[in-house]
Design a protein around this ligand. Structure first.
Ligand code: T3D
Length: 262
């Protein structure tokens, strides 16, 4: 695990909380924060005690995307293909391939990669005061962190293009009504709700939840026939899990199930 204080990390009740922690820079990404966040998600992949992840930001913002202080053109032209390949793409792949729920609590402005990372999480809640900005258009860049893939799928091509080409801020209520996020909640209730949701999922049959995540993501590129075959295969796997046996036994014995994530 990385020792950097740019990511605050805590494990409680099976929930690994990862907090982006560069509040004076609106939690924009520098290399140190990238590496620390990656270490957090790698731990989530490997550590069986982690049953869900909760991602949020410290201070008044969620994340303003790339730290532009590290991109001063007067000091040279960076190879952004290299930085995407080295930092942003691995993070997106870690989030999407993690077969455990990833909850995102967007506590304030989410711009550029910050917005698209929030949209890549499994269940995203946002404070009512939060806004989402495809800031790339303001500086001549292209949406990254899966934005050009996720946006049209979540909101359709017309809205995706308008968001990406204008960089107009989108408020949390509208983001929820368009299906970009799960729910907008009162600012002072955000962390309470997000933490309770993450803890509830972490105590659930996380093996089955992980397979469900895999199936829903695969639907983006599968035909119906392929998806039906996948559902058969994943249901077979889920049917052999300890949690399935416990879930049905608890139902028959009229008691609360105790899921293990196996
Ligand atoms: O480069 C690559 O590797 C390719 C990948 C790119 C991915 C990307 O994310 S590109 C997009 C980069 N992000 C942006 O363009 C957003 C820039 N920020 C803003 O437009 C605004 O800050 C916000 C709309 C997000 C918030 O506005 P506001 O008025 O609430 O806050 P502010 O006053 O602008 O910012 C507060 C502080 O955070 C300020 O510092 P100061 O003046 O108090 O010392 C500001 O400079 C700093 N800050 C905000 N965003 C960034 C940042 N510092 C560095 N990088 C930032 N992205």
């Amino acid at each position: 695990m990385s020792e950097s204080d740019t990511i605050l990390s805590a494990l409680a009740d099976g929930v690994l909380s990862l907090t982006l922690n560069r509040p004076d820079k609106l939690n924009s990404f520098n290399e140190e924060m990238h590496l620390a966040l990656r270490a957090g998600f790698e731990r989530a992949h490997k550590d069986a005690n982690v049953r869900a992840v909760l991602l949020t930001g410290a201070g008044r913002g969620f994340s303003a995307g790339q730290d532009l202080g590290d991109r001063d053109p007067r000091k040279g032209t960076p190879d952004l293909g290299h930085t995407i390949e080295t930092f942003y793409n691995p993070l997106l792949r870690l989030i999407r391939s993690l077969e455990k729920p990833v909850i995102c609590a967007v506590n304030g402005v989410a711009a550029g990669a910050g917005a698209n990372i929030a949209f890549a999480c499994d269940i995203t809640l946002a404070a009512r005061s939060a806004r989402f900005i495809q800031a790339f258009a303001k500086i001549g860049l292209v949406p990254d962190s899966g934005g050009t893939w996720n946006l049209p799928r979540l909101v359709g091509e017309a809205r995706a293009k308008a968001l990406a080409l204008t960089a107009e801020p989108l408020d949390a209520e509208t983001a929820a009504s368009w299906g970009l996020i799960w729910r907008a909640v009162d600012d002072d209730k955000l962390m309470e709700e997000a933490t309770a949701l993450a803890a509830r999922l972490a105590a659930g049959p996380t093996k089955g939840l992980g397979l469900t995540k895999r199936a829903i993501q695969a639907a983006a590129t599968n035909s119906l026939d392929e998806q039906l075959d996948l559902e058969r295969d994943l249901q077979r796997e889920a049917g052999h899990s300890v949690d399935y046996a416990e879930g049905v036994t608890a139902f028959l014995e009229k008691r609360k199930p105790e899921f293990k994530g196996r």
